[in-house]
Ligand binder design. Sequence first.
Ligand SMILES: *[C@@H]1O[C@H](CO)[C@@H](O)[C@H](O)[C@H]1NC(C)=O
Ligand SMILES: *[C@@H]1O[C@H](CO)[C@@H](O)[C@H](O)[C@H]1NC(C)=O
Ligand SMILES: *[C@@H]1O[C@H](CO)[C@@H](O)[C@H](O)[C@H]1NC(C)=O
Ligand SMILES: *[C@@H]1O[C@H](CO)[C@@H](O)[C@H](O)[C@H]1NC(C)=O
Ligand SMILES: *[C@@H]1O[C@H](CO)[C@@H](O)[C@H](O)[C@H]1NC(C)=O
Length: 264
Amino acid sequence: MLWLLFCVVDVLVASFEVTVTNKHLLAIRGHPAVLGCEFTPDPDPDLSSLVVTWQRQEDARVVHSFYYQQDQLDRQSVKYHNRTSLYISELHKGNASLRIAAVRPKDAGLYLCIVSNTKGTGRALIQVTYGALYSEPRLSIHVNSSALKVQFETEGFPKPEVIWLGEHDQNLSYHLEIHGQTEDGLYFIKSICEAQKPVVNITFTLKNHLLNQNLQRPVFLGYDENTTDHMIIILAVLSVVCILLVIGIICLAVQKQNKQRSSL
Ligand SMILES: *[C@@H]1O[C@H](CO)[C@@H](O)[C@H](O)[C@H]1NC(C)=O
Ligand SMILES: *[C@@H]1O[C@H](CO)[C@@H](O)[C@H](O)[C@H]1NC(C)=O
Ligand SMILES: *[C@@H]1O[C@H](CO)[C@@H](O)[C@H](O)[C@H]1NC(C)=O
Ligand SMILES: *[C@@H]1O[C@H](CO)[C@@H](O)[C@H](O)[C@H]1NC(C)=O
Ligand SMILES: *[C@@H]1O[C@H](CO)[C@@H](O)[C@H](O)[C@H]1NC(C)=O
């Protein structure tokens, strides 16, 4: 008798399932994120008994919900307004995946996919991690009579690894400032490397390990003697031409004066 009961319970449990595609999802700032979730569909194609609720586990905030055959967004958290959608045409196949447009820092956290239909009720959990690619580093160079400083600035998330390499791939010492995390969820990075004049050949490297981002920006500053020599020659030629022109104009003026005198 007991054995039979276990069997029935077993069948009931096994008959309905909610599963997530990935337990951990890496969401990138500004890009859409798709939280994959599947359930055992029921044969009823009109979805009348289907209830899908996506919510944050931490505080039970509603991210998205669907019942009575349509999206129900009255109780949706303001933070998710206009940013979420289900794949409605896929629901009858058991696809309850949630799409979040343009990921923001606060989207990081735990999400529950809760589904029920005539076959049962179930839930599954997804952890979403947030990352932001570092922007193209902005280069600036500061020079005074004795030193030369190369500086890069960029923003991203999480904290990066910064390395400066010299001409022979040796590690150089540098200064690194990390500010933030700003309201838009980014760290502001400023790194300065002091270089030896006159020739500079150094490479700034920034790695965002979470997103497998590896930026390498070489900087080469050469002091080319030939350029200076050419400049001197060009300047010399220009001066000579100027002097000749001035002499010519004076000669013409003198000639004119002489003619005027002789005609008088
Ligand atoms: C659900 O449907 C969407 C849109 O077709 C698709 O990208 C996604 O991979 C599907 N997810 C699952 C778990 O089948
Ligand atoms: C959502 O979109 C509607 C219509 O485009 C707009 O009126 C509303 O302000 C938006 N809500 C938010 C929170 O952005
Ligand atoms: C040039 O910059 C270096 C590094 O900031 C500083 O130590 C030095 O005093 C500066 N030299 C002059 C002449 O301003
Ligand atoms: C700078 O150094 C790198 C690494 O040693 C080298 O490959 C490259 O040719 C150098 N660049 C110039 C312009 O000399
Ligand atoms: C340079 O520094 C990085 C990180 O600090 C380290 O992994 C690497 O081995 C160092 N390379 C050399 C040539 O010292």
